[in-house]
Ligand binder design. Structure first.
Ligand code: NAD
Length: 357
C-alpha cells in the first residue's frame, strides 16, 4: 500500500522524535511492502517564525489531502508571551477543528518492564492497568462561547461555556462502545450530572447509545469519583468516555500512573480514516536538540496510525512487540532510566526498535 503522511515536526524535541518514528515506519514499509510518503508542514512556534501564524492554511490543506497526520510537539518559552490566538497551542486546537477530529484516543497501559516507574503501590497495580480514554475533542469548554469583560463597577468577569449538542455526544459514545467491543467490553461514561446540564444531556445520550450495545457492560461515573478510582483501583476500567475538559485532566492522571510521559501515544479521529497521531507530552524545551528525548511515545503513535487509519493491525502489533522487546532487553532513555539498565540516546532507541521489526 502507498500512504501519504503529512508530518508536523513542530518545536523543541519534535523533530528528533518524529525522525525516529519515520525510521521505524520505513522499516515496517520495507518488511511488509508498503510505501510511506512524507510531506513536512509547519505548525506551532516554527510556523509563527516562518509565516507569522501558528497554523498556516497550507498546512491544513496538505493535512486534508493526506491519508494521515503525524505530529511531534509544539510550543516553547520563545512564544509564551504572544497573545492566546497567536500562540503555538492555538495551532493544536485549530488543526483538530479543521480536520474535524472529534475523538481523542489515549491508551494508558502499564508495561511490565517499566512497572517500577509507576508511582502507585504494588498492591494497587497488582491487577495491571490497561485502559483507553476516549475524550471528546472539539466541543465543551475549550470550544464554547467565552467572554472577559469589566462591568460598570470596575469588576472584571470571565466565563467559558461548556456546551454540547446531542449528536456530538452520540458520535463519541459510539467510538467508545465500538472500541470496547474490540477490547474487554466495558464502558464507563464520565460526567458531572449531579451539577451540570451539559452532563445531564451527556448521560441521557450515553444511555441511549448503550442500549444498542447490550454485549458491552456500561456504567455512569461522576468525574470526581473517577479521579479517585483511577488511583484506588485502576484495573476496573477498560474504556472510559468523557467530555473535553474532564478527558484532558483524567488522561494526564492515567498516563502518570504508567510512569512516563515519554511512553504514551495518542490518536485523534473523525468520521473517516484521516487521523492525527501524536505523543501526549510536550516539546520538552529543556532537553531539545540534545538527542536525549524518549521517542517511544511517537513510535507508538505511528503504531496507532497503522491500526486506526491504515487498517494494518499486524504491522501495528509488530511495532508494539518491538518496543516491548527493546525494553525487556534493558534499554532505556534518560527519562525512564533505572539501575542496571542501559541508557541510550533518542536515535539509538529508534535504531533498536527498527532493528527488532
Ligand atoms: P513537556 O511534556 O514538554 O515536558 C515536561 C517534562 O517531561 C520535561 O522535563 C521534559 O523534559 C520531560 N519530557 C517530555 N517529553 C519527554 C520525552 N519524550 N522524553 C524525555 N523527557 C520528556 O511539558 P511542559 O514542559 O509543560 O511544556 C513544554 C512546552 O510544550 C510548552 O510550550 C507547552 O505548551 C508545550 N506542550 C505541547 C503539547 C503538544 O504539542 N501537544 C502538549 C503539552 C505541552
Amino acid at each position: 500500500m502507498n500512504k501519504k503522511i503529512a508530518v508536523i515536526k513542530g518545536d523543541g524535541i519534535g523533530p528528533e522524535i518524529v525522525n525516529e518514528a519515520e525510521k521505524v515506519l520505513n522499516k515496517v514499509g520495507e518488511k511488509y511492502g508498503h510505501t510511506f510518503e512524507y510531506t513536512d508542514v509547519l505548525m506551532g512556534g516554527c510556523a509563527i517564525d516562518a509565516t507569522g501564524v501558528p497554523l498556516p492554511q497550507e498546512t491544513i490543506d496538505i493535512c486534508l489531502a493526506s491519508d494521515s497526520v503525524l505530529l511531534g510537539a509544539v510550543g516553547g518559552p520563545k512564544w509564551d508571551t504572544l497573545p492566546g490566538n497567536l500562540r503555538p497551542e492555538a495551532g493544536l486546537l485549530g488543526i483538530r477543528g479543521a480536520l474535524k477530529l472529534f475523538a481523542n484516543i489515549r491508551p494508558a497501559k502499564l508495561i511490565p518492564a517499566l512497572a517500577g516507574a509507576c508511582p502507585l503501590k504494588d498492591e494497587i497495580t497488582k491487577n495491571g492497568l490497561d485502559l483507553v480514554i476516549v475524550r471528546e475533542l472539539i466541543g465543551g469548554a475549550y470550544f464554547g462561547e467565552r467572554d472577559t469583560h469589566v462591568d460598570e463597577n470596575g469588576v472584571k468577569h470571565a466565563s467559558d461555556s461548556m456546551a454540547y449538542a446531542d449528536y456530538e455526544v452520540e458520535r463519541i459514545c459510539r467510538v467508545a462502545f465500538d472500541m470496547a467491543r474490540k477490547r474487554n467490553k466495558k464502558v464507563h461514561s464520565v460526567d458531572k450530572a449531579n451539577v451540570l446540564d451539559s452532563s445531564r444531556l451527556w448521560r441521557e445520550v450515553a444511555h441511549k447509545v448503550a442500549k444498542e450495545y447490550p454485549d458491552v457492560e456500561f456504567q455512569d461515573i461522576l468525574v470526581d469519583n473517577t479521579a479517585m478510582q483511577l488511583v484506588h483501583n485502576p484495573a476496573q476500567f477498560d474504556v472510559m468516555v468523557t467530555e473535553n475538559l474532564f478527558g484532558d485532566i483524567l488522561s494526564d492522571e492515567a498516563s502518570m500512573i504508567t510512569g512516563s510521559l515519554g511512553m504514551i501515544p495518542s490518536a485523534s479521529l473523525g468520521e473517516g480514516t484521516l487521523g492525527l497521531y501524536e505523543p501526549i507530552h510536550g516539546s520538552a524545551p529543556d532537553i531539545a536538540g540534545q538527542n536525549k528525548a524518549n521517542p517511544l511515545a511517537t513510535i507508538l503513535s505511528v503504531a496507532m496510525m497503522l491500526r486506526y487509519s491504515f487498517d494494518m493491525s499486524e504491522e501495528s502489533d509488530a511495532i508494539g512487540k518491538a518496543v516491548n522487546e527493546v525494553l525487556a532487553d534493558g534499554y532505556r532513555t534518560g527519562d525512564i532510566m533505572s539501575e542496571g539498565m542501559k541508557c541510550v540516546s533518542c536515535s539509538e532507541m529508534g535504531d533498536l526498535v527498527a532493528d527488532k521489526i
